[in-house]
Design a protein around this ligand. Structure first.
Ligand SMILES: *[C@@H]1O[C@H](CO)[C@@H](O)[C@H](O)[C@H]1NC(C)=O
Ligand SMILES: *[C@@H]1O[C@H](CO)[C@@H](O)[C@H](O)[C@H]1NC(C)=O
Ligand SMILES: *[C@@H]1O[C@H](CO)[C@@H](O)[C@H](O)[C@H]1NC(C)=O
Ligand SMILES: *[C@@H]1O[C@H](CO)[C@@H](O)[C@H](O)[C@H]1NC(C)=O
Ligand SMILES: *[C@@H]1O[C@H](CO)[C@@H](O)[C@H](O)[C@H]1NC(C)=O
Ligand SMILES: *[C@@H]1O[C@H](CO)[C@@H](O)[C@H](O)[C@H]1NC(C)=O
Ligand SMILES: *[C@@H]1O[C@H](CO)[C@@H](O)[C@H](O)[C@H]1NC(C)=O
Ligand SMILES: *[C@@H]1O[C@H](CO)[C@@H](O)[C@H](O)[C@H]1NC(C)=O
Ligand SMILES: *[C@@H]1O[C@H](CO)[C@@H](O)[C@H](O)[C@H]1NC(C)=O
Ligand SMILES: *[C@@H]1O[C@H](CO)[C@@H](O)[C@H](O)[C@H]1NC(C)=O
Length: 497
């Protein structure tokens, strides 16, 4: 065959232009070391037939190295040639254990200025707990800004962060870190520290002291049992503190005094015994507080007093039998309160007083029998009121009067059977859902006020599981989109009176 000179030139140019856009030169795999493919990302499978390592490189900047053996294998660097991907910024190692440390891997790839490093499921084949991650293993990565280690059941040497003076984010997830030393003194620029789902059982005094720029501290799902005045020393910029699902029983009353900028705090799912009155005295910027699922917690009066930025409060599932009247005093901005799943049988009259901007109030799953007439007197912005799963048998005609913005009223699973004809009369046109299912409504001839004569204009009217006997003639049918009358005693032959 005789190629013309111009065709040949074109071919050469074409090959050259493809090669320019690639970061790896596939010709270096001449010995069939790896299968080299250019898909959306560049892909190397080494060796080609039964790959032990798969390397993908996208935008010349993100490298992922995946080892394929079932048990975490040692990363055999000899399986592929030296690569020169100097621009690489992000490196992820999955299911690989680099026996001679990450520094060797870095050199093999020619990587110089890594900013993001992820190590997922990294552990030596045997005795992973006795393997200690050290600064030498990780190597010199002075440009590193983000380090994420997950699913790696290893231990962490006190100096493992020593080479990362510029680190901004550290995430250690499901990796069995159990003891915190003064690790964080090496990384003073940190803004995110996420240690969720590990086995940390104690937070030594001052352990975070160097982290003056930290904004988020995430300690979800560990085994922490107490926090004290000095635990959070130095964290003057922390806005988010997440401590849910630990075993915290003791919270000293000044535990949060060093966190003046705290906005979000979660202590959900602990065993807190007492929350004292002045616990948030120094946290005037608090917006969202989750204290639910601490069964048996003693909750003193005025805990949230004067937190004028507070937006949401979760106090569900605490076995509260009562709530101190001053709990929300002067929480002017409050929008959401969740008190569901407690043992509340009554509520003090003034407990929601002056919560003018409250939008959602959840009182479901309690044992409320009777509510004070003026309980909701200030709630002119309330949109959703949950009173289902209680023991209400009567509702005063004043109770819902002030609720001019109400959209949803949930009263299912109570013992309601008699109702004053004005109970719902002040509900306005924005009202959409009235749930009265699982109560004792009947529309016998002997009922003084028929439930259908009093229901407001609503889009959904839920009346299943009562003892209604006929399908009513509904005056407000125009707006109605859903009417549930299932599980009643409706008899086709029976006509309304
Ligand atoms: C690696 O690539 C850079 C440019 O990206 C080049 O300057 C350097 O010579 C290369 N080094 C090797 C060993 O190929
Ligand atoms: C790495 O960072 C140093 C110092 O910031 C810089 O001089 C060098 O050019 C960078 N190298 C690459 C490959 O970006
Ligand atoms: C670490 O690397 C940086 C630049 O990449 C260099 O300036 C510094 O001397 C190195 N430190 C050590 C201990 O090797
Ligand atoms: C904290 O952040 C500020 C502003 O970004 C910066 O000037 C300061 O150097 C940082 N402090 C540390 C210890 O990195
Ligand atoms: C959690 O901490 C308690 C002591 O507070 C200890 O008895 C228990 O063994 C710890 N559990 C785990 C899984 O570390
Ligand atoms: C606080 O929580 C709210 C609601 O979950 C969220 O929208 C907000 O971004 C959080 N703020 C901080 C500083 O974490
Ligand atoms: C709340 O503010 C009022 C009026 O400023 C003050 O008298 C009261 O002591 C404050 N309560 C708390 C717990 O700081
Ligand atoms: C109240 O808490 C329960 C968990 O008990 C949750 O399912 C529900 O969504 C919460 N409601 C609000 C309004 O926060
Ligand atoms: C109120 O809480 C109950 C139980 O925790 C939950 O099922 C329900 O969805 C909540 N209601 C609203 C409006 O969030
Ligand atoms: C219907 O309800 C009223 C009010 O509770 C009650 O007095 C009456 O006995 C009920 N009638 C039937 C047939 O259940």
């Amino acid at each position: 065959m005789n190629f013309g000179a111009s065709t040949f030139t074109l071919l050469v140019l074409l090959v050259a232009s493809i090669a320019q856009t690639l970061s790896i030169d596939c010709s270096i795999f001449g010995r069939n070391m790896c299968l080299c493919q250019h898909l959306e990302t560049e892909l190397l499978q080494c060796p080609p037939a039964e790959p032990k390592i798969i390397i993908s490189i996208s935008d010349k900047q993100h490298i992922t190295v995946q080892c394929q053996d079932e048990v975490t294998p040692n990363l055999d660097l000899d399986l592929f040639p030296d690569l020169n991907i100097t621009q690489c910024q992000q490196f992820k190692l999955e299911y690989c254990y680099p026996e001679n440390g990450f520094d060797g891997v870095r050199k093999k790839f020619g990587v110089q200025n890594l900013t993001v490093l992820e190590l997922e499921s990294m552990a030596p084949k045997e005795n992973s707990a006795s393997f200690s991650l050290t600064k030498d293993f990780l190597g010199n990565l002075s440009s590193l800004e983000s380090l994420r280690i997950s699913y790696s059941p290893i231990s962490f040497a006190p100096d493992f962060l020593a080479n990362f003076p510029n680190l901004l984010a550290l995430v250690i997830y499901k990796s069995e870190i159990s003891q915190l030393h003064r690790h964080f003194d090496y990384v003073p620029k940190l803004t995110l520290l996420d240690l969720a789902s590990n086995q940390i059982s104690a937070l030594p005094d001052g352990v975070f002291r160097s982290l003056t720029n930290l904004s988020r501290l995430q300690l979800f799902s560990n085994n922490i049992s107490s926090i004290s005045r000095r635990t959070f020393e130095g964290l003057e910029n922390v806005k988010l503190l997440e401590l849910s699902l630990n075993h915290i029983s003791q919270v000293a009353e000044d535990s949060f005094a060093d966190l003046p900028l705290l906005v979000n705090l979660s202590l959900r799912g602990n065993r807190i015994q007492t929350i004292e009155s002045n616990i948030f005295a120094h946290n005037s910027l608090l917006e969202n507080v989750r204290l639910g699922s601490n069964p048996g917690m003693i909750f003193q009066d005025r805990v949230f007093e004067n937190l004028t930025k507070l937006l949401t409060v979760e106090l569900n599932s605490n076995r509260f039998q009562t709530l101190p009247e001053g709990t929300f005093t002067n929480c002017r901005a409050l929008k959401d309160i969740n008190l569901s799943s407690n043992l509340l049988s009554s509520l003090p009259e003034g407990v929601f007083c002056n919560l003018r901007y409250l939008k959602r109030l959840n009182l479901s799953f309690n044992t409320l029998r009777l509510l004070p007439d003026t309980l909701f007197a200030s709630l002119e912005c309330l949109e959703e009121l949950e009173l289902s799963h209680n023991q209400l048998s009567a509702i005063s005609r004043q109770l819902f009067k002030p609720l001019h913005a109400l959209k949803q009223l949930h009263l299912s699973h109570n013992q309601l059977s008699i109702i004053d004809k004005n109970v719902f009369s002040s509900l306005q046109s924005q009202f959409t859902v009235l749930d009265l299912s699982f109560n004792n409504w009947n529309n016998s001839y002997d009922v003084p006020v028929n439930i259908f004569q009093v229901t407001p204009l609503a889009e959904q009217l839920l009346l299943s599981h009562n003892q209604l006997r006929w399908i009513p003639d509904l005056p407000s049918a125009l707006k109605l989109r859903r009417l549930d009358l299932s599980y009643n005693n409706i008899d086709a032959g029976l006509c309304p009176p």
